[in-house]
Design a binder for this molecule. Structure first.
Ligand SMILES: Nc1nc2c(ncn2[C@@H]2O[C@H](COP(=O)(O)OP(=O)(O)OP(=O)(O)O)[C@@H](O)[C@H]2O)c(=O)[nH]1
Length: 336
């Protein structure tokens, strides 16, 4: 037989060099296949890693029995930790979950054992202090007596920021930055439901500028706009944080005051009326001028209350304030 010499054990021979002969051939073929398989795996790993980087998506494997946690490279990147020094574990992961989201993350992990599925959006705080949003999706996969969760984590921070921005825009009045009519109406409905259930006092202060047409005519429309902007700022700065100031449209504003009875609401309206009156406004020609407002106050009265009725009463009171001289606060029985 030609070429029967067997080079097995020859250290100088390249691993891919074919040798002749039955068993040598198959060994060589096996080696070649093994090498090809290694290359394919390496290629797949590179592709998987690249795809995960592009999608900002990592994968993980958690043993619920031992709390052992495996992270793919991208997760270290998302969490802002160094794979050389950071050791992933359930405890280390939980320490990075935003404290406000920890309870729901823990509940979701417990639920996953019953539902076989884990799906949660939450925030993490990276060691550099940056808050990021992640979406975790996992399946519960029992392996013998091991309880395993295999899942993915996707960085959705940019999407979440956009979502929050859109939500903010959809509820904000463009000129003043206050809440808009739509958001105010939504909150009024919610507060009414809360009032019906828990009987918590809630009031509404509706106000409108006095002779605003004259302000526009005298000082120009931009100066009128500046008044609205300045008053919007005053409301944002000087009201309590859970009060809800909104611009209903034009020069009509409203305050939704949770946990506030009618007498206290009149005090709030008085405070706003004084603040607006004491403020100086400047036209484009640098002329200083003052403005006043008239307020109509109403409060939730009974379980039969409706949003239309409370707004109607506030509007009636405001109208009465205009009729009786402006620059005043009128409420259902507590006038000033
Ligand atoms: N600059 C400015 N003016 C506005 C805006 N929205 C409404 N106005 C003006 O506000 C004025 C409101 O006029 P009226 O409804 O007659 O009320 P008023 O002049 O304030 O008089 P009273 O409410 O009776 O005291 C109109 O001239 C509107 O053009 C706005 O966004 N910017």
């Amino acid at each position: 037989m030609k070429g029967t010499s067997n080079n097995h054990g020859n250290a100088k021979e390249a691993p891919d060099t074919p040798t002749s002969g039955g068993s040598s051939d198959s060994v060589w073929r096996l080696r070649r296949e093994l090498e090809q398989a290694r290359q394919e795996i390496a290629e797949l790993k590179r592709t998987l890693h690249r795809v995960q980087q592009i999608a900002r998506l990592g994968y993980w494997r958690l043993s619920l029995k031992t709390s052992e946690l495996f992270w793919s490279e991208v997760i270290y990147d998302i969490f802002g930790v160094d794979p050389k020094t950071f050791v992933p574990s359930l405890t280390a992961f939980k320490a990075m979950v935003h404290p406000e989201d920890l309870e729901s993350v823990e509940a979701a992990l417990i639920r996953a054992q019953h539902k076989n599925h884990h799906d949660i959006v939450h925030r993490i705080i990276r060691p550099d202090g940056e808050v990021r949003w992640v979406h975790e999706l996992a399946d519960y996969a029992p392996e013998g007596d091991e309880q395993i969760l295999i899942g993915t984590v996707r960085d959705i921070t940019e999407q979440k920021k956009l979502e929050l921005r859109l939500r903010q825009l959809s509820r904000t009045d463009e000129l003043t930055g206050l809440f808009n009519r739509r958001y105010f109406m939504q909150r009024l409905v919610q507060e009414l439901a809360r009032y019906r259930r828990y009987g918590r006092s809630t009031s509404v202060v509706l106000f409108d500028f006095d002779h605003f047409k004259r302000i526009n005519d005298t000082h120009g429309h931009p100066a009128g706009d500046q008044v609205l902007v300045k008053v919007g700022k005053l409301l944002q700065e000087r009201l309590r944080t859970n009060d809800i100031p909104a611009r209903l449209g034009g020069e009509e504003f409203v305050l939704l005051l949770p946990e506030t009875g009618p007498e206290e609401a009149v005090e709030v309206a008085e405070k706003v009326r004084r603040l607006v009156m004491e403020q100086e406004y400047t036209s484009e020609e640098k002329h200083c001028f003052k403005v006043t407002i008239t307020c109509g106050v109403s409060a939730f009265q009974d379980v039969e209350e409706t949003v239309e009725a409370i707004l109607h009463r506030a509007d009636e009171n405001l109208y009465q304030g205009k009729r009786t001289g402006r620059n005043r606060v009128i409420s259902d029985g507590w006038d000033s």
